[in-house]
Design a protein around this ligand. Structure first.
Ligand code: SF4
Ligand code: SF4
Ligand code: SF4
Length: 163
């Protein structure tokens, strides 16, 4: 019987501590948590295409209501959808910067083994190809984010000037 009472007291205490700790969270603490969550959804290329010096500053701008959720070019529409789910903000078409990146990816077709890893890495569907066949970049869609370079097992993707 005394064990049951002790258990009940422990449960009540735990519930009390949980309520107190929830209340002691400051708005600033909540904002930091929000920034962390948003930052985790961003591609971490730190390319600055969003108009901010990196992913975390962009996440901060979203939380401070200074930026919309559609500015991450490398993240593309998937990131917009994920950010919309997390923040409750409406999805919007991907933001187009006034000065787009001057670089595009090119694939050396003679070396490509058709592994499709670059297709999976490209956030804006700028690469076409099929398993075991050579792949190509559609330059007008490429944002120059470089996300396709690291996954290529034979190093046949390079960034070149768009002009
Ligand atoms: S555009 Fe996207 S990946 Fe590039 S810095 Fe901004 S949030 Fe990060
Ligand atoms: S650099 Fe590569 S991953 Fe980035 S948009 Fe261009 S083709 Fe896609
Ligand atoms: S990752 Fe490299 S080897 Fe694989 S399909 Fe793309 S370009 Fe070809």
């Amino acid at each position: 019987m005394s064990f049951v009472i002790a258990l009940l007291i422990a449960l009540v205490l735990m519930a009390f501590i949980s309520v107190i700790s929830q209340r002691s969270r400051t708005p600033l603490h909540n904002k930091q948590m929000e920034i962390e969550k948003i930052d985790r959804l961003l591609p971490q290329t730190q390319c600055g295409d969003c108009g901010y010096p990196g992913c975390r500053p962009y996440a901060e701008a979203i939380v401070m209501q200074r930026a919309d959720i559609n500015r991450c070019l490398p993240g593309g529409n998937n990131t917009i959808k994920n950010l919309s789910r997390l923040t409750g903000k409406e999805t919007r078409p991907l933001y187009k910067p006034e000065k787009p990146s001057n670089q595009v990816a090119i694939i050396d077709e003679s070396v490509c083994i058709g592994c499709v890893k670059c297709i999976k890495a490209c956030p804006v569907d700028a690469i076409i190809g099929a398993p075991k066949l050579m792949h190509n970049v559609i330059y007008k869609y490429c944002t120059g984010c470089e996300l396709c370079i690291a996954p290529c097992p034979v190093d046949c993707i390079q960034m070149v000037s768009r002009n």
